[in-house]
Ligand binder design. Structure first.
Ligand code: IMP
Length: 194
């Protein structure tokens, strides 16, 4: 049995409104409401997405002092030995999707995966991590639409990138991790009589 905190009041800490909007849409269908805690979190330098996510969740919880989730993602490209992985955000802000296409210019092998880690943190459970990855390919052209790496990532089984698939939430890395999180969170709430 956990303490007295209101587990039903859950925050999603991020500076990225796209992530929040998608997460809100996905979680509300699973019966969980979230509120945006708009903030820029400290991001440690590490080759390990789990470590980055864990520290971000602790930082978010220190700031808001309420049950909170954060998300950390990475695009791992096989022929680049997993690059940019944990550095995806920096690579996006510097060389962008065009730079990634240039790196793959002579490569026939375009396999990649998008990884999402949802990290939950509260006073009673500390940090809990939920990880999923979605296999796919880097497209041969940069499609229009979407945000971030959406215009260049084609999930397996689809012919279009995330930017133009009909229902990204059905198979996105975010949806997969949030689904894992939701089943743990709803069970935990039930156990605590909420
Ligand atoms: P972050 O470090 O968790 O912010 O994510 C790493 C990079 O992946 C950032 O540039 C994000 O914008 C990008 N990213 C994460 N999820 C998605 C997505 O669903 N679509 C497109 N880009 C994404």
């Amino acid at each position: 049995m956990v303490g007295t905190q209101q587990l039903s009041e859950l925050f999603f800490a991020s500076s990225n409104e796209h992530k929040f909007q998608e997460s809100e849409r996905i979680l509300s269908k699973l019966g969980i409401q979230i509120n945006l805690f708009k903030t820029t979190l400290e991001e440690i330098q590490s080759n390990n997405l789990n470590d980055i996510a864990e520290k971000k969740a602790i930082n978010a919880h220190d700031l808001i002092q309420k049950p909170v989730i954060i998300e950390d993602d990475g695009l791992f490209i096989d022929s680049l030995n997993g690059f940019p992985g944990p550095y995806s955000s920096y690579v996006y802000d510097t060389i962008g999707n065009k730079g990634i296409m240039n790196l793959l210019e002579n490569s026939q092998i375009r396999d990649a995966k998008f990884v999402a880690i949802i990290a939950y943190c509260d006073d009673d459970y500390g940090v809990k991590l939920f990880e999923s990855s979605i296999p796919g390919k880097i497209s041969s052209i940069i499609e229009k639409g979407g945000w971030g790496h959406d215009p260049i990532f084609i999930p397996d089984g689809e012919s279009k990138t995330y930017a133009n698939v009909s229902d990204k939430d059905k198979f996105s890395h975010r949806a997969a991790s949030l689904t894992k999180f939701s089943s743990w969170f709803l069970d935990m709430q039930k156990d605590n009589g909420q």
